[in-house]
Write a protein that binds this ligand. Structure first.
Ligand SMILES: Nc1ncnc2c1ncn2[C@@H]1O[C@H](COP(=O)(O)OP(=O)(O)O)[C@@H](O)[C@H]1O
Ligand SMILES: [Mg+2]
Length: 266
């Protein structure tokens, strides 16, 4: 989030800067809500680089990336897609959740990321687009356990030789990050308890005892609710507990029990 202040707790921002300066495309890998998007945006902002973002899903089409032919007053026009725009303009091309993209989309991308940094527009009379000097691509991917994610083809993976791994930060670091977003209104003990709960749930999800691991978005939301006056236990139930009902009553009750054991209550 702009303005909240990025905390480079594990040196990722620095690592991304070095990869950029060496002209080596970067891949940021980590579970949701560990700050991947924030890292890339912070990097572009800190260098004053323009950034184009493509957020990939199974529904992302080639046209979105490369461009589409449209009929305008009886003649065919070509509307440039995000990738072509970014290549011409230079700066950062941010490929978010790249491992959710379909194979045909990845194939076009692979062409642009080739050492020549060129893309032939079969959609526009075979015109060749060459990337501006310093054009830089960064992709993020979620670990394979995430719904809708696929393995990135090795060919494409090799286009991003600088790999930066993000994890959930240690508790004190997460508390510092959460305070930057939610302010100090959520007291130290309540904040600590919320992060301890998130950590316990992440641990259980990692060994597949639970279906879901809360992200930093959730710990920030918890702190905001407590800061707004909600009791810590209620905030924990709202943010961390109730979501597990999606995986059935057994899962929901299991987490409700954890919340009661940590926060006390009825
Ligand atoms: N190092 C950090 N410094 C400041 N805020 C962070 C940091 N890491 C994560 N956040 C915050 O945590 C939330 C989730 O981060 P986000 O970048 O959206 O994660 P991802 O892209 O990995 O899902 C955002 O509100 C973000 O601003
Ligand atoms: Mg993201």
């Amino acid at each position: 989030m702009a303005g909240a202040g990025y905390l480079d707790w594990n040196g990722s921002l620095e690592a991304l800067g070095r990869a950029h300066d060496a002209g080596i495309f970067a891949l940021v890998i980590g579970p949701k809500g560990t700050g991947k998007t924030t890292l890339v945006r912070e990097f572009a902002a800190s260098r004053g680089l323009p950034i184009e973002s493509a957020n990939f899903s199974l529904r992302t089409r080639e046209g979105h990336l490369v461009g589409t032919k449209t009929l305008e007053g009886g003649s065919v026009a070509f509307t440039e897609g995000i990738l072509v725009r970014s290549m011409r303009r230079g700066g950062v091309m941010y490929l978010d959740e790249l491992n959710a993209a379909e194979a045909d989309v990845l194939l076009r991308l692979d062409e642009a990321l080739d050492d020549r940094r060129e893309l032939v527009l079969k959609e526009s009379a075979g015109e060749t687009v060459a990337a501006a000097d310093g054009w830089y691509a960064v992709a993020t991917i979620n670990p394979l356990s995430h719904a809708g994610t696929k393995e990135l083809p090795p060919q494409l993976l090799s286009r991003f030789p600088a790999r930066i791994r993000l994890e959930y930060p240690p508790a004190e670091t997460e508390a510092e990050i959460v305070r930057r977003h939610a302010g100090a209104a959520c007291g130290g003990a309540d904040l600590e308890a919320g992060i301890r709960l998130a950590d316990a749930l992440r641990g259980a999800a990692a060994v597949e005892e639970l279906a879901y691991a809360p992200s930093m978005r959730e710990t920030i939301a918890y702190a905001r609710l407590v800061g707004a006056g909600l009791a810590a236990r209620e905030a924990a139930t709202t943010v961390f507990g109730n979501v597990y009902a999606q995986w059935g009553e057994i899962e929901h009750k299991k987490v409700a029990g954890i919340i009661t054991s940590m926060f006390g209550g009825q």
